[in-house]
Design a protein around this ligand. Structure first.
Ligand code: GLC
Length: 793
């Protein structure tokens, strides 16, 4: 089947007979027999399993759902006009070819009369949802935030390899990651339909048939998890509970990263560190792309170019700069190369039907692939990774080409478990299991060390092991625009720690695009500039001081906000709340379903970056400065405009103007933002040294936040070694009071430096730990140099 193709609903057969057998309903027609079971998984989740008896091996090979939620308890099938399952979190009525699902708040989702049927191994579910207006989630996707009217395929691919002529467009599909989660918004209620299948699937949100949500699974395994809302936040948190929440990253990993395919020599890496310092640009990590290897042999160094990797990496570390190396899954088929020989001897490579090792074509030429799904191969791989990282003093691992990318060789020939398991069972999970095996290496090295991994391909639950970057994009405006909904939908699907190649990977960036991309991306969870070897160089200083200054502005602001971002990561770890989130996550307003070019960072900061070129946008000239106009939607409430230093009343959309120096950033009334006001020390910038920046507009109001305080280095927080501080700041006409209630096993923190924004009525601040004193500042700006202007109407 070619990408983008589906099966016509009329090509399926639909059952006419059903009988109840034990806890299951059996349905049948001439070409199939199927068994339907229902399991209660949690108080917010019910699973429906539709087992096609034509399928020889009914086991589910998915590693998406956590072990403890895979079993469930069977729900009795009760005979009636339709067979009825009453689980604690949903009731389901099953006819021979139809389903009706009712969730606790009364939300009902029904299939059409011929709503599910079979065509050989293929299954169709055809939900009739004329009132569904929002379709979100779906993992890593291109195009818009709302998938209404769109159709998506779940089959991981090396996008640029598969679409060399069109990857630069913004409508490609599928992508590198498969997470078959659909979040439907009907009225103002949301629910999640998660198809726990590692195999090829199609989800069509009204493209084939308007008003219908159609799922086609291609290989006969159907495990549908019904996840309750009613809010978007409920669905996302519940899905995160089922599939696992990410651990906290090491502090340096949330700083700024610099990469380029083409950094080759030790001198280049030393020069990069010096250039960043010379330009006063903070930098937490430098990345080694494939050039560091000896003829692309994994776990080797090209000693001509980098004679002493450990020495180099340690010297960078002394400057606060960590290093990450790319690690591709393919092992060069090269007898005499020790990694190949040891893998061959251990028999851990994937096989073909002929019983030989599967061979693909990747960077080193003929390449074999460890079978990461098997424990022996995971152990073998983890041993190599651990040794490699330790020996060269490398801080993190970058997992690429794991979609898996096999060049001109058909990946379908790659079999698992010694040839016993067909490719389709693990195709979409190849990157996921590679991440798991690599993660084990970090555990081996030091169980207290926080792993940092970045992977291109992934599956449901990959956040348990790795962050994701969204693959090979292009240096163009539509890819800049697309990066916002892409990161948001991936965050709603469990993988909060993600981001694009800033500046664009392929093609040549321009000074304007580079500045706007930094401004749009500097608060994304993962923040890395990366480009292909034959593109124009795009380090921040490559286009002269104007560009460097503007990039410096946002880099500094990110480092000042690292304590806030760290809190967002902590919240994500504890609850599943994404870091970059749609406005819809915080405000339940219908028009926000379609907002593609604004986002929230945590619960308090809203960004509305400029994402089109000046040549295309409307502009005004004010105070002699040219400013591009865009619409900004302000949800209800009051927002502090950090550029203009004034409050804006929400509940409306206005035209807003921003010069090349400005990033439209707004803070919600009542927010408390931890802000680092000390020296920026690259990847060693402390995250526990911060002021509390408070946004209060009126006398007699209050701001509040919950802060999590741990050692920011180890994994001890996993066993409860962190404090929780409830911070409240109340103001009257003349005074502010800070109250901190901190609980937990750690020494209490010093949380008494407060800076107010937009509250000129205040004169003093009192806190339990310090005497009343003068305020530090008001109307401070984060990013911007220009003077305020009045808004155009
Ligand atoms: C792939 C990666 C890209 C990397 C290149 C060379 O295209 O997606 O990020 O630079 O391979 O390793």
């Amino acid at each position: 089947m070619l990408f983008g193709q589906k099966v016509h609903p009329l090509s399926f057969e639909y059952a006419t007979r059903s009988v109840v057998k034990a806890d299951a309903v059996e349905i049948s027609a001439d070409s199939f027999k199927a068994r339907i079971r229902c399991d209660a998984i949690t108080d917010f989740c019910t699973r429906l399993t539709v087992e096609n008896l034509n399928v020889k091996d009914p086991r589910n090979y998915s590693d998406g759902i956590l072990d403890q939620y895979r079993q469930g308890s069977p729900v009795a099938a009760v005979r009636g006009k339709r067979v009825h399952f009453a689980a604690p979190s949903a009731t389901i009525d099953v006819g021979p070819s139809s389903l009706a699902i009712t969730l606790p708040q009364g939300l009902t989702i029904e299939t059409t009369a011929d709503g599910f049927g079979f065509n050989g191994l293929k299954t169709i579910f055809n939900f009739d949802v004329p009132n569904a207006t929002g379709f979100h989630g779906f993992g890593e996707r291109t195009k818009r935030f709302n998938k209404s009217g769109d159709s998506m395929e779940f089959h991981t691919v090396d996008v640029m390899g598969i679409w060399p002529h069109t990857y630069w467009r913004d409508d490609l599909d599928p992508t590198y990651v498969s997470i078959p989660l659909a979040i439907l918004r009907i009225g103002n209620q949301c629910c999640g339909l998660y198809f726990d299948s590692p195999e090829r699937l199609v989800m069509d949100c009204g493209q084939m048939r308007p008003g219908h949500f159609i799922v086609q699974s291609m290989d006969g395994h159907n495990h549908l998890y019904l996840i309750n809302g009613p809010t978007l936040r409920d669905v996302v948190r519940n899905f995160a509970t089922l599939t696992g929440r990410a651990e906290l990253p090491p502090a340096w990993a949330i700083g700024y990263h610099q990469c380029r395919w083409g950094y080759e020599t030790a001198e280049q890496f030393e020069a990069l560190a010096a250039d960043f310092a010379r330009h006063d640009l903070p930098l937490s990590c430098l990345w080694y792309d494939i050039d560091y290897m000896d003829e692309y042999r994994v776990f080797t160094w090209d000693k001509k170019d980098i004679p002493r990797p450990r020495k180099l990496n340690d010297s960078l570390k002394r400057q606060g700069i960590k290093t990450v190396t790319i690690i591709d899954p393919g092992v060069k088929l090269d007898p005499g190369y020790s990694v190949y020989d040891s893998g061959k001897a251990a028999g851990i490579f994937c096989k073909t039907a002929s019983g030989r090792d599967y061979v693909g074509q990747v960077w080193p030429g003929d390449t074999v692939f460890p079978d990461f799904t098997q424990e022996a191969a995971q152990e073998w791989w983890a041993g190599h990774v651990a040794h490699f990282l330790a020996e060269a003093s490398v801080d993190g691992a970058w997992l690429d080409m794991n979609d898996p990318s096999t060049g001109w060789c058909d990946a379908d020939d790659m079999l698992f478990d010694g040839g016993a398991i067909p490719h389709s069972r693990y195709h979409n999970q190849f990157g996921h299991f590679m991440a798991k095996a690599t993660w084990l290496a970090f555990e081996k090295l030091d169980p207290q060390r926080r792993p940092f991994l970045l992977t291109r391909s992934g599956f449901t639950g990959t956040q348990r092991y790795s962050a994701i970057w969204t693959g090979d994009n292009d240096s163009n405006w539509s890819h800049l625009r697309m990066s916002i909904p892409c990161t948001i939908n991936l965050g709603l699907s469990g993988v909060a720690f993600n981001g694009p190649d800033v500046g664009g990977f392929a093609g040549n960036t321009t000074p304007e695009l580079l500045v706007r991309w930094y401004q749009a991306g500097f608060l994304f969870p993962f923040f890395r500039n990366h480009a292909v070897f034959n593109s124009k160089t795009q380090e921040p200083w490559q286009f002269g001081p104007g560009v460097t200054d503007r990039v410096r502005d946002v880099l500094h602001t990110r480092y000042r906000l690292l304590p806030y971002l760290y809190q967002c990561f902590f919240h994500n770890h504890l609850t599943g709340d994404p870091i970059l989130r749609p406005l819809l996550y915080e405000f339940d307003e219908r028009e926000l379903e379609n907002l593609d070019d604004q986002y929230m960072v945590g619960a308090s900061i809203m960004a509305a970056p400029i994402v089109q070129s000046d040549a295309q946008g409307d502009f005004i000239v004010a105070g002699g400065v040219r400013r591009q106009l865009r619409h900004v939607t302000f949800p209800a409430g009051w927002w502090y405009d950090l550029t203009m230093g004034q409050w804006i009343e929400g509940g409306r959309t206005i035209r807003y103007a921003a010069s090349m120096d400005e990033v439209p950033l707004f803070v919600r009334e009542g927010a408390i933002i931890p802000w680092h006001n000390g020296a920026l020390e690259n990847g060693d910038t402390p995250l526990d040294d911060f002021e509390l920046h408070v946004f209060l507009r009126t006398p007699s109001s209050q701001a509040a936040a919950i802060l999590y305080l741990d050692d920011q280095k180890t994994r001890k927080y996993l066993t409860g070694d962190y404090n929780t501080a409830a911070v409240t700041i109340s103001v009257t006409n003349t005074e502010a009071t800070l109250e901190v209630t901190e609980t937990g096993p750690r020494k209490p923190s010093k949380l008494d430096r407060v800076v107010f924004y937009g509250a000129p009525f205040l004169k003093t601040v009192a806190s339990p730990r310090s005497k009343p004193r003068k305020l530090k500042a008001a109307h401070r700006r984060w990013v911007s140099k220009n003077l305020p202007v009045t808004y155009p109407a």
